[in-house]
Design a protein around this ligand. Structure first.
Ligand code: PMV
Length: 358
């Protein structure tokens, strides 16, 4: 029964890095070796919805992901739960007869139910939305003070998750502190700042990635000299340029930096021993298609970025160019008979009509 039960539901979107995070200086606190910048997606698409509940009847912390129970014993879940409990405040609801003191949260157990509105196995970053949503929902349930920097907790679930606590354009500052207190997310611009920008995602393969980002990063940090050069001498410069491009809505600079940084990240993977291949042949064909188009126009029409998997995330300066891109992609990668074209576009389907398809 719901007797004495308190519940909170929250939703968080995933984010796509345009200047990549790759490499940790501290694995347990998840502290990065460079700053990164991302775009948080529209919350209607690629998001996680999480409900957290507390009841004196719960005997242990438990979690269900898409209806299936998963273990919370991992260090990342434990760090998030522990940190949130430490910041928990009083929750008093006289109508429901609820009176929980801050310190009571140490003994109370929570149940967590989380859903992704996209296939978890689609190889699209789900941990970013997942941990951001979990930490946010728990902070509301446990009445954590507004000012408390939640991104420093979400970071300990999954590095990229800290950036999903804010909408729009977000920087994750690497920080200097050994305890990670200044390794936090900072909003660079609101979601409305660059509303013409269109993001398209091509699901190239729905297979789960072979090498986790954790393992990949560790191996790159240990073996790639290019990564050292990148993090110390290249990324700091790119962060400044990217911040300026975002501020000025300068698509040309944004596009060049985004593609270059994705390619450098994958070059680091190739420079790792043994080498890591996240992109596949189809990814390479997409890059080629976009690069040839950009070359023929003389300035970047669209840009692309790939994370630890083969799926392409593409940026267009407006809907008109986005629909041209869609036409090109469908020309090079013709859909099979019976393919549902609506599944090609996550979100606003009208772009299909605009492209003369669907
Ligand atoms: O936070 P993680 O462990 O999922 O790592 C994310 C790494 C990349 O997606 C490749 C880059 C990034 O900055 O999101």
């Amino acid at each position: 029964s719901g007797e004495g039960m308190l519940m909170v539901t929250a939703r968080a979107p995933t984010n796509i890095a345009v200047i990549k995070y790759w490499g940790k200086r501290d694995e347990s606190l998840i502290l990065p070796i460079n700053d990164s910048i991302s775009v948080t997606l529209d919350p209607d698409h690629l998001c996680t919805t999480t409900t957290v509940a507390v009841s004196p009847n719960f005997e242990s912390d438990r979690m269900w992901l898409n209806g299936k129970e998963i273990s919370l014993s991992g260090g990342r879940y434990q760090s998030c739960l522990k940190e949130i409990r430490q910041q928990a405040g009083d929750v008093i609801d006289e109508n429901k007869g609820i009176c929980i003191k801050g310190e009571d949260w140490q003994k109370l157990h929570v149940h967590i139910a989380s859903y992704n509105n996209f296939p978890t196995a689609a190889g699209l970053a789900s941990s970013a939305a997942g941990f951001a949503c979990l930490v946010y929902a728990l902070s509301k349930l446990m009445n954590v003070k507004e000012q408390y920097e939640l991104s420093a907790i979400a970071r300990q679930g999954s590095g990229s998750a800290c950036r999903s606590l804010y909408g729009g354009f977000v920087k994750w500052a690497m920080g200097n502190d050994v305890n990670g207190s200044d390794s936090i997310a900072i909003q660079l611009a609101r979601e409305t700042h660059w509303s013409d920008l269109v993001i398209l995602i091509a699901v190239v393969s729905s297979h789960q990635k072979e090498i986790s980002s954790t393992t990949g990063m560790r191996e790159s940090v240990e073996t790639s000299e290019l990564l050292l050069q990148r993090s110390q001498n290249i990324v700091p410069k790119r962060i400044k340029q990217m911040e300026e491009a975002i501020r000025n809505r300068d698509f040309t600079t944004f596009a060049k930096l985004t593609s270059a940084d994705s390619n450098q990240f994958h070059a680091v993977c190739l420079d790792t021993s043994p080498p890591i291949f996240y992109m596949n042949n189809t990814s390479h064909r997409i890059i080629n298609c976009i690069e040839r188009w950009n070359q023929s126009e003389g300035t970047p029409q669209v840009s692309y970025t790939f994370d630890a998997g083969p799926n392409a995330v593409m940026f267009a300066p407006n809907r008109k160019v986005a629909s041209l891109l869609l036409q090109r992609l469908l020309f090079y990668f013709p859909p099979l008979p019976g393919d549902d074209l609506s599944s090609f576009v996550i979100g606003d389907q009208s772009i299909l009509q605009e492209a003369g398809i669907g």
